[in-house]
Write a protein that binds this ligand. Structure first.
Ligand SMILES: Cc1cc2nc3c(=O)[nH]c(=O)nc-3n(C[C@H](O)[C@H](O)[C@H](O)COP(=O)(O)OP(=O)(O)OC[C@H]3O[C@@H](n4cnc5c(N)ncnc54)[C@H](O)[C@@H]3O)c2cc1C
Length: 383
């Protein structure tokens, strides 16, 4: 089995690292404190081609694979977790979704502004009463003549306060069934569509999050993405890729924790010795390095499976579950190694801890990942 990156992957890794050191590292603490999404950096990501990684070349992208996206997301999250999160919604949940399921007209209309970094996109699935229980969602799209009338509220929507485009999951028929879901591409400015104030969050604070309200929004049939009533099926295929990339958030944040912890352990002197010479501190570093390597290697394997066209349902959940838990533990250890300095904002590790926690909640909680894995393990065994 060959675990090495291709030339293209190495090139992407080198260029996104350079980009992050120059554009994100200097402002990461500030955008977290101010809860500001750095639109100027997002635009530059677009100009330098990082947003079109999985978009086919004929639509202006580089037609690359999920592994390339993993590399970009990990590096963004290593620098500023919220940036990686907001960008991922635009690239995977919006651009990749449209590249896969969109009509020619939809691709020509909606891909360019997001790919160039001129507009942000949002993906609206979660509702106030339906988080883990996605099929319990209540947003309805009812056909009236040649249009659909959409009514409902979505919450916890990344990018909602600033987004121009909203990929909204609705129900067009049935109740709680995996059939009967329909995805619509809506736009800011449509009558009846509005967004709430950005939520004040624990972590990922530079990524704006909020509600989307739809009060009888009228949408033409041409705004349906994919086939009507098949929306949940399309969504679940993208959700698996999203979960695999959930591991990229975790390995990115954990790498940042490890880097900071090693540096500090080498500099901080107590008892006339660098604290990194004490075995308890080395033990924490050794565990961080080991768990990070295991999480990343397995995540790469799952992403590789996806790029081979192979199914990754419980595998994606396993990668996300392990990596997210690992990142929280790494962040706790990084804070511990920093002692009192880990608890104040002068050092970045308290931010990493706040960012890491989202991995166990967003895109399906750790408990839901365990349910998916458990169900798969028991398939054909339990009655
Ligand atoms: C910062 C942020 C950004 C987000 N971005 C987006 C986005 O862009 N688009 C979007 O659609 N959503 C988004 N989400 C929503 C996210 O996916 C949900 O928060 C998540 O799926 C959990 O749903 P919930 O918050 O309603 O929690 P709940 O489902 O109410 O869960 C609460 C607790 O109960 C547990 N639980 C629930 N059901 C079970 C069960 N059957 N068995 C065992 N335990 C269970 C959960 O694991 C959790 O611990 C975002 C959330 C956050 C915080």
């Amino acid at each position: 089995m060959d675990f090495s990156f291709s030339e293209e992957h190495l090139l992407i890794q080198e260029s996104i690292r350079k980009f992050c050191r120059k554009e994100l590292d200097p402002i990461a603490a500030e955008i977290d404190r101010e809860e500001r999404f750095p639109m100027e950096v997002y635009r530059k990501l677009g100009q330098e081609g990082f947003l079109g990684i999985m978009v086919p070349e004929e639509y202006g992208g580089s037609g690359s694979d999920l592994m390339s996206m993993y590399i970009v997301k990990e590096e963004l999250c290593r620098a500023a977790g919220g940036m990686g999160m907001s960008v991922n919604i635009c690239t995977l949940n919006f651009l990749h979704f449209i590249s896969r399921f969109g009509t020619e007209e939809q691709k020509r209309t909606y891909i360019p502004p997001v790919l160039r970094g001129e507009a942000l996109a949002a993906y609206a699935l979660t509702e106030p009463g339906a988080g883990s229980d996605t099929l319990g969602m209540q947003t309805r799209a009812v056909r009236k003549g040649d249009k659909y009338r959409i009514r409902g509220t979505k919450t916890f929507v990344t990018n909602a306060p600033l987004a121009q485009y909203f990929l909204v999951v609705t129900r067009t028929s049935g109740e709680r069934s995996v059939d009967g879901g329909t995805n619509f591409i809506l736009e800011r400015g449509m009558e009846g569509l509005s967004t709430g104030k950005p939520f004040e969050k624990l972590g990922m604070r530079c990524s704006p999050t909020g509600e989307v309200f739809m009060e009888d929004v009228e949408a033409e049939e041409s705004r349906i993405l994919g086939a009507p009533d098949r929306g949940f099926h399309d969504m679940f295929t993208t959700l698996n890729a999203e979960r695999a990339l959930g591991a990229a958030t975790a390995t990115g944040v954990a790498q940042a924790c490890f880097d900071a912890a090693v540096k500090y352990a080498g500099q901080r002197v107590q008892f006339k010795r660098p604290i990194g010479s004490f075995q308890f501190v080395q033990g924490m570093l050794a565990e961080m390095a080991t768990n990070l390597a295991v999480a990343r290697t397995y995540a790469h394997h799952v992403v590789w499976l996806y790029d081979q066209g192979r199914p990754i349902r419980h595998e994606a959940s396993m990668a996300k579950l392990f990596a997210s838990q690992m990142a929280v533990k790494c962040a706790l250890d990084a804070v511990q190694i920093h002692g009192g300095y880990g608890y104040i904002k002068e050092f970045p590790v308290e931010r990493y801890l706040r960012d890491a926690k989202l991995g166990e909640i967003g895109g399906g909680t750790s408990e839901i990942q365990k349910l998916i894995i458990g169900r798969q393990l028991m398939q054909g065994v339990a009655g």
